[in-house]
Design a protein around this ligand. Sequence first.
Ligand code: PLP
Length: 481
Amino acid sequence: MSAKPKLSTKPEQFTESVIREMTRLALQYDAVNLSQGFPDFPAPEEIKRAAQEAIAADVNQYAITWGSKALRDAIAANFLRTQGMEVDPEREITVCCGATEAMIASHMAIINPGDEVIVFEPFYENYGPDAILSGATPRFVKLHAPDWTFDPNELAAAFGPKTKAIILNTPNNPTGKVFERREMEAIRDLCDRWNAFAITDEIYEHMLYDGARHISMAAIDGMRERTITINALSKTYSVTGWRVGWAIAPPEVTSSIRKVHDFLTVGAAAPLQAAGAAALQFPDSYYEKLAADYLARRDRLLGILTRAGFHCFKPRGAYYIMTDISAFGFPDDVEFAKYLVKEIGVAAVPGSSFYRDREGGRTHLRFTFCKTEKTFQAAEDRLSRLNPSRLRPIGTVSSRAKSRPPFWAGRGARDLLFLLRIQIERLQVLRHRHRPVKFRRNRSVKRIQRLRLAVYQKRPLRRCLKTGEPPKQFAAARVCR
Ligand code: PLP
């Protein structure tokens, strides 16, 4: 047999999107999906009507590759209105297939072999792969809880002669941080010193709470010439599936981005660009209502999560809540996220997916609140079954259990034989379900816990052996009786 052709080593350096994987699990387990950031309520009537009218009017062929004139004009007018900055729609705007394409096209337009890109972590999970796919080496700088700010010395140490760009996302996913002027000026000074670009993802610019103000990096003194500003229709108009976004950059940079974009995708959907041009002209009242509605949703989810035992980091922008899950005692955010989706019926994103060094996110879980009251109510009902005082870490024994005599004490031979049998049956069930028995830390204590569960829960185990149902008590072995 001939050897197989070799695959690229670049995709080996990152995993598939964990966020989208959580959505797939939510569907599989019929869970309430608070993982992926897409609204489950309708888009505004006006934007939908504009799209329908565009299709009816036969706006069906390729738009100009860097974006229809109407949309670029509307983007320029919008930037003037929100940031007071004039940009030339003919030379400084490229319309792409979502912020996602605008981001990778911008990377490819500026990166050369050996370049480095600075990424704050926790990060929106695309940024690492964007750097790698474009041939740059990502360098990560931590945002520290609880207010998710960076240490200026750590940031300064990450910059150097190889730094080509820093990626900034404000308002921030996943933390909800809104960067302040002094932080942006500190970044500006470093970009200036090391002659680097700033690529700023401003897709949540209108979702701001508690008096937070969004400042565009391009509007900071001295940054206009070295900033690529990325935005999209996706979040502001609740149309994440339309895939229309853009990059605003100085003319020379734009001409490089346009070439990359042309050969990546040719262009974004023409009728949806027409609808975008209409949406960008919505009155101020649209954005005020959007922010007010999201504020109410944020507070609703904060209440639900806090009552369920999560420690929440209150976001000042975007539509996510980062939480601390230490109270639940799980050793691992991924384990907890799987437990939540399978046993409780709520999907969230494990914090480690926002960190290169996965340990950094082990105690976090991210929830989104771009959801309807019906979804919140369902999540609240399900999360009420989650009680931190009833959960404990793997490998530890509750104080009640500690005061109990060992499981074998006072048991006759019949009981012990039963225990052995049930243990064999359990292994058969697990094998039948292709679930390898994994022993993690402190194997002996965990094993004893399982055996004890097996003895005390004879009936349910027998029933599930009969019906072939999964033996739930093993999946939820951390729940104290
Ligand atoms: N940037 C950030 C920070 C996001 O959170 C998301 C989506 O969740 C995107 C970009 C993706 O934007 P788009 O759907 O326009 O590609």
